[in-house]
Design a protein around this ligand. Structure first.
Ligand SMILES: [Fe+2]
Length: 172
């Protein structure tokens, strides 16, 4: 059984994951509108990934006999000056998410709730990838600057991203 503190913290995380999904969907819509459909595709897949993260938390709470409570999702920004700006905002946001996941891990550990701690370990690793990917894209857009051909090619590269369900969800 989950402690009340753990259950509340996991429910907060569901809200944070869904907020992340909404943030990336907002970015996708802006770049769709400004003709960068590859960048939009990348963020649409990010939107799906965040929904999957929320689903993993929901499944886990249910598995442990807890109750999922969905809370209102706060508004997100609608404008970023450039893809570089959006990826900088992505990295800043993912760093906050990492801190939240680390906090969940710490709560689980302090309560000797090793099942939750192990589930959080998956997210700890996932966050390493999220931050690395955002940083790599910041590097690429920084390198290209305002070069039209470079932007065209990078947009094409991001158009190729496809969605794969996280291993944990696929296994459930
Ligand atoms: Fe996430």
């Amino acid at each position: 059984m989950l402690s009340e503190k753990m259950e509340n913290a996991l429910n907060e995380q569901i809200n944070a994951e869904l907020w992340s999904a909404y943030l990336y969907l907002s970015m996708a819509m802006q770049f769709e509108n400004s003709g960068m459909s590859g960048v939009a595709n990348w963020f649409k897949i990010q939107f799906k990934e965040e929904q999957a993260h929320a689903e993993i938390f929901m499944n886990y709470i249910n598995q442990r006999g807890g109750r999922v409570i969905l809370k209102p999702i706060a508004a997100v920004d609608a404008e970023w000056a450039s893809p570089l700006d959006a990826f900088k905002a992505t990295l800043a946001h993912e760093r906050k998410v990492t801190a939240m996941i680390n906090n969940l891990y710490a709560i689980a550990e302090s309560e000797h709730d090793y099942a939750t701690r192990d589930r959080m370990a998956w997210f700890v690793n996932e966050q390493v990838e999220e931050e690395e990917t955002a940083q790599q894209l910041i590097d690429k857009f920084t390198l290209i600057g305002n070069d039209g051909m470079g932007l065209y090619m990078l947009n094409q590269e991001l158009a190729a991203r496809t969605y794969t369900a996280p291993s944990i969800l696929a296994a459930e």
